[in-house]
Design a protein around this ligand. Sequence first.
Ligand SMILES: *Cc1c(COP(=O)(O)O)cnc(C)c1O
Length: 382
Amino acid sequence: MIPFVNLTGQREKYRFELEKAERAVLDSGCYIGGAEVSALENELSAYSGVPHTLTCASGTDALTLALMTLQLQPGDEVIVPDFTFIAPAECCAFLGGTPVFADIDRETLQISPESVRTLIGKRTKGIIAVNLFGQCAPFKELRKIADEFGLWIIEDAAQAFGATVLEPGQDPHTQTRKACTFGDISITSFYPSKPLGCYGDGGALFTANEALAQRARFIANHGSVGRYDHQIVGVNSRLDALQAAVLRVKLKHLDEELAIRQQNAAKYDAFFAEYNRTAPAGAKIIPQKIANGNTSTYAQYTVLAENRDAFIQKLNAAEIPYCIHYPASLHSQPCFTASKQNAAAQNETEMNTADKAAPKVLSLPVCAFTDVQEIVQRLKTN
Ligand SMILES: *Cc1c(COP(=O)(O)O)cnc(C)c1O
């Protein structure tokens, strides 16, 4: 059976480097923080072009730490995408804030700046924008709105470490900006199946603002500014040295892997373009649109299948694995439906774009150790 994400294939390829790095940490006696973690933070900063990187225990923790650093208060509203993993909305609610769900673009499936604009009110403090499935959210438009209303932006790049955006008017070969540079604070996740994953939980925060970086570091370390000097209420959120060592190995290969992911996606693009030419009405398969100037990390290859049940039957017959990212809009999740600020849930009769996308989305395997040629071949013969 083809795995959805081929982590064992990846480990096989890097085994020598990984085992050497893992053994060095296990033999060092230093398991929390220390040189491996600092070295990784410096390498992540150098890679993404962000001055300050702070690793932590997970992508979800990174979001919570970002919101605490930006001093979210109970009752504050944060605009989040209605169609994504739950973490951005959850972290906001966990801290007593109110997630307000913005609708998405029909083609890119990213948070819609027009929808964000309509949701801004007296209590709105910021926007969490997710780089969904691996391409950056529309930050140019979002930043304009944030500046106009004095809001902060958290960039959730959990699925998109290494994604790029072309800066307008510049040479396409040299002037690209990387994910994790667009938020006042940006975050990523090192969950094993993410484009840059470790062998357990892990995450990181990125910021160009030194004061925010310092505050985030205090909060992640029990609010201590010095040993046993706790100035603010914090948490314990750290990346293990062992995970840092694994990530340092994988980071060296990231660009090579992203290039293969993009080639894999191009194979699917070509296949579905042909497929749609002869598909009966109502059975087209439409890949997530990649916005002009964006490159995607393809955390997964996600399509909108007009007749998803029929397509799933075909995948099952061909023994091709798939996932549903995501089966429902966040505003319709039971944990959020009672909120008065959840306008979409109060207005049950009108389906938004997120609700319309949820029954159609389907993700296919695309990682650098997946044989997409084989998958395409199976699709052709089933
Ligand atoms: C995976 C993910 C997270 C959470 O990361 P964890 O490391 O699993 O806590 C947050 N946001 C998005 C968009 C994600 O895909």
